[in-house]
Design a protein around this ligand. Structure first.
Ligand code: NAP
Length: 292
């Protein structure tokens, strides 16, 4: 299979490149210097001559504050970029695998969101990603949309200044010896290696559609930090904080847990618990996890 991966140097994109290469596929890694999503000509130029069977889009403008300040830029990449990709891949008869976000929901449900729940984004980032989803759904019927959440992986998250949450916690603990983390924002922290595995699995079937794609289970950021420190034997004073102590300029959902309902219905779900994903990332044995 010939697979083009957009955002190939990114946190998730790097793992996706690795996964398809391991499977022996013909991989075309496309970085930002190879393709400018918001420009239809650039998208057509990068893809048309290569005629990929599958195109995976991991690229996005996803810094929430920056999207809020520059909505035009956010929509150009996350919505128009997705439209350009959907149009070009439809013309080439390629399958499009597009990555989206838990931030399409407002977080008020208080229970895990399934694919049938009506999205209602709270901010520009979520709205622009949702618009991108709709373009993909309407313009290329051979699509997979994966909504994922709170990513961390071995490559730096380029859009967020490099450090993922796990590495940031470990750095702060080493530097300060104490850390305060919010306990009233609940997510499903998800390892990029597992999302990459899920993308590779979906690419080999034709069950096109919208999928929630996150690690199993949920935790607050505080609980996630606690697990990180326990698993890594880090000596730190960890304190509970509330989101109101760190007033964000841009509203975010307080509860953005997704249930991988469609993946499970199709018997395609590859995700393990968030604790197992974290053990794997930290290179420790799974049974050492204390939050099981
Ligand atoms: N990170 C999270 O916690 C999280 C949570 C939920 C969903 N997601 C979604 O997951 C996906 C992957 O995120 P990630 O953490 O892997 O991001 P990342 O590390 O920031 O990688 C994104 C990549 O996209 C490239 N890119 C940005 N704008 C582009 C454009 N206009 N045209 C072409 N390439 C462009 C970037 O290149 P440059 O750096 O050179 O610009 C970068 O290599 C995104 O769709 C995001 O919305 C992320």
């Amino acid at each position: 299979m010939k697979v083009a991966i957009i955002g190939a140097k990114g946190q998730l994109g790097g793992d996706v490149v690795e996964k398809f290469a391991e499977a022996g596929d013909d991989v075309i890694p496309l970085t930002h210097s190879d393709i400018e999503l918001e420009n239809l000509d650039s998208v057509a130029r990068a893809l048309s001559s290569r005629e990929p069977d599958v195109v995976v889009n991991t690229a996005a403008l996803h810094q929430v504050e920056r999207c809020e300040q520059r909505p035009g830029d956010a929509y150009a990449v996350n919505a128009i970029g997705a439209r350009n990709l959907a149009m070009v891949t439809q013309g080439l008869r390629s399958v499009l695998i597009h990555v989206s976000t838990d931030y399409v929901f407002d977080g008020k449900k208080g229970a895990p969101y399934v694919e049938e729940n009506v999205p209602l984004p709270l901010n520009v980032y979520g709205n622009s990603k949702l618009a991108g989803e709709y373009f993909v759904r309407t313009l290329n019927p051979r699509h997979f949309i994966l909504r994922t959440s709170a990513l961390y992986g071995k490559r730096p998250c380029l859009g967020k200044g490099g450090l993922n949450f796990v590495d940031l916690m470990l750095k702060l603990a080493r530097k300060r010896g104490h850390v305060r983390v919010v306990h009233d924002e609940v997510v499903s922290p998800t390892a990029t290696s597992q999302v990459a595995k899920q993308i590779a699995a979906l690419s080999r079937c034709d069950a096109y559609g919208l999928y929630h794609a996150t690690a199993e289970g949920e935790c607050s950021w505080y609980e996630f930090a606690k697990e990180i420190f326990q698993l890594s034997n880090t000596d730190v004073h960890l304190e509970v904080a509330t989101a109101s102590e760190f007033p964000a300029k841009t509203p975010r959902p307080r509860y953005s847990v997704l249930e991988n309902s469609a993946l499970k219905n199709h018997r395609l779900n590859v995700f393990t618990s968030w604790q197992e994903g974290l053990c794997e990332y930290l290179g420790v044995a799974v049974h050492a996890s204390v939050c099981d």
